[in-house]
Ligand binder design. Structure first.
Ligand SMILES: [Zn+2]
Length: 141
C-alpha cells in the first residue's frame, strides 16, 4: 500500500469509525521519502505491520486510538545488514482541527517502538558485511 490519506473529520461525521491497514515495505518507503535527513539506522527495508485505528468523533472533539503490531527490518547496529525487529504499541491522540493525519501517527508509533539498539543475535551478523567493516576499521588505523 502507498499512503494513508488524511482523514477529513467533517466528511466522516460524528460516530465511531474503524480503520485497518496492512503496512508493507512500500508504505514505509513512501513515508521515509518525505523525511529530510532520515537517520540511516532508522531506514526500514522491509515491513509487515498490522495497524488499526478507532476514530471517535463527537460535536466537541475527535480522538483516535490506534495500535500497531508486526515486524520491520532496520539496519543492524553491528553489521548494517537488515535485521528484523518486533514492533507493538498503542496510543491515543486528540485531533486538532478538521483533519487527522492517521498515516503519520501510525508511522511514528511504529518508529517509536523500534528498540534503541537493534542487532542480530550473536553470530548471526552478515559475515561479508562484518569482513568489509573490519577491513575499513583496519584501513583507518
Ligand atoms: Zn548484524
Amino acid at each position: 500500500m502507498k499512503k494513508i490519506e488524511k482523514l477529513d473529520l467533517r466528511v466522516l461525521g460524528n460516530g465511531t469509525h474503524r480503520f485497518d491497514y496492512e503496512l508493507d515495505t512500500e508504505f514505509f518507503g513512501e513515508m521515509q521519502k518525505e523525511i529530510e535527513n532520515l537517520d540511516e539506522s532508522q531506514r526500514i527495508s522491509a515491513a509487515k505491520v498490522k495497524a488499526s485505528a478507532v476514530v471517535n468523533i463527537t460535536e466537541q472533539f475527535a480522538t483516535a486510538t490506534y495500535s500497531v503490531e508486526g515486524f520491520v527490518s532496520v539496519p543492524c547496529d553491528r553489521c548494517l545488514a537488515p535485521t528484523e525487529v518486533k514492533v507493538k504499541a498503542q496510543d491515543e491522540e486528540t485531533a486538532e482541527g478538521d483533519t487527522l493525519d492517521l498515516g503519520w501517527l501510525i508511522y511514528e508509533q511504529v518508529m517509536l517502538s523500534i528498540p534503541m539498539t537493534h542487532m542480530h543475535q550473536d553470530g548471526d551478523c552478515n559475515p561479508e558485511m562484518m569482513e568489509k567493516l573490519n577491513k575499513l576499521l583496519r584501513d583507518n588505523n
